[in-house]
Design a protein around this ligand. Structure first.
Ligand code: 8YV
Length: 320
């Protein structure tokens, strides 16, 4: 029986590409070029399966124009806001993602962002590198301590729970909001708020860990940012769409917020020029899951889903 043709849209880890080449007729992208809508549609006529990243957008329009040959889109990401799931489902295309395996790596970046924002890491780094560190005093570069403070996690799913685990050494009091309250054994004493609004005023640091959906677009708008405590810190490792970036920039300029730590932006790549000008923002270029271990694990999880599908079994991470 001939092997399914699999298009891997971006350059993935060596281990992932080797395993894929062992089991599929693979089309790779060694130049790591980003494919646009018409190219995705054209390529779809040649393949049975696609293994994309969040950089390839399967909008309603693209879903409608994909070749009938494509049977499964096995994403190399947990977030699937780049996929119009109802439109793909209507085409009979199975869609999977890669939950669990990136939670710890993403939580590490949330911790880094929180501490980087609280302790003015970008500012200090620039000062030393640019040769502007010319004096020292006890009142120099004073930041905020997070030890023993209150952390609010918006979206207590797998990544939210990993964030809570990783900050445990800081003795933070954990609060959370979530669509559903967690059972006591999972909640483990975290304080539940039945609305984001209610959570925001109760904590010193807010970590966004919920998916980007039409309901969460600009979740952190000017009104909600205004509900945060004066001097609070906002951390985002989820998706840029969760924040009204102009409203955030204003709150940082006026110092209503002490700082923000951001790994994700509305426009990627590139980020947000207005935010980048501010000293009290610690920014990274969407690298939440970018560790060698996690990249292998994500690739393998996507391949596990493909293997199950082509063996006639239900893929573990099937979304539609
Ligand atoms: C990835 C992500 O870097 O999984 C997600 O949703 O945003 C990131 O972990 C990216 O999607 C890799 O394909």
């Amino acid at each position: 029986m001939s092997r399914p043709v699999l298009w891997i849209t971006r350059k993935l880890s060596d281990a992932t590409e080797q395993r894929a080449a062992r089991d599929y007729e693979v089309i790779l992208n060694p130049e790591d070029r980003v494919y646009q809508a018409d190219e995705i549609v054209a390529m779809s006529a040649k393949v049975d399966a696609i293994l994309p990243c969040h950089s390839e957008v399967f909008s309603k329009d693209v879903a409608g124009r994909l070749s009938d040959r494509v049977r499964i889109i096995a994403n190399h990401s947990v977030g699937v806001d780049h996929c119009d799931l109802p439109a793909l489902q209507a085409r009979g295309i199975v869609v999977t993602n890669t939950p669990d395996v990136l939670s710890d790596a993403t939580a590490e970046i949330a911790l880094l962002l929180m501490l980087g924002a609280a302790r003015r890491a970008s500012e200090g780094d620039r000062l030393v590198r640019e040769g502007r560190w010319v004096s020292w005093s006890p009142s120099f570069m004073v930041g905020r301590q997070t030890t023993g403070k209150k952390l609010g996690i918006v979206g207590m799913g797998r990544v939210g729970l990993a964030v809570r685990r990783i900050v445990s050494g800081l003795g933070m009091e954990v609060h959370y909001s979530n669509r559903r309250r967690l059972p006591p054994e999972t909640e483990q004493g975290a304080v539940y708020h039945d609305s984001v609004d209610d959570l925001l005023g109760a904590v010193d640091v807010v970590s966004l860990n919920c998916p980007s959906t039409p309901d969460t677009l600009n979740l952190m708008d000017a009104r909600r940012i205004g509900l945060m405590r004066p001097g609070a810190i906002l951390v985002n490792t989820a998706r840029g769409n969760l924040i009204d970036e102009a409203a955030l920039a204003e709150a940082l300029r006026t110092r209503h917020l002490f700082a923000a730590g951001l790994d994700v932006f509305k426009t990627e790549p590139s980020g947000n020029a207005e935010l980048a000008l501010l000293d009290n923002v610690f920014v990274l270029p969407h690298i939440g899951s970018a560790t060698r271990e996690t990249r292998d694990a994500m690739g393998f999880r996507a391949l596990d889903n493909l293997d199950a599908f082509f063996a006639g079994r239900e893929p573990r991470d099937r979304l539609v």
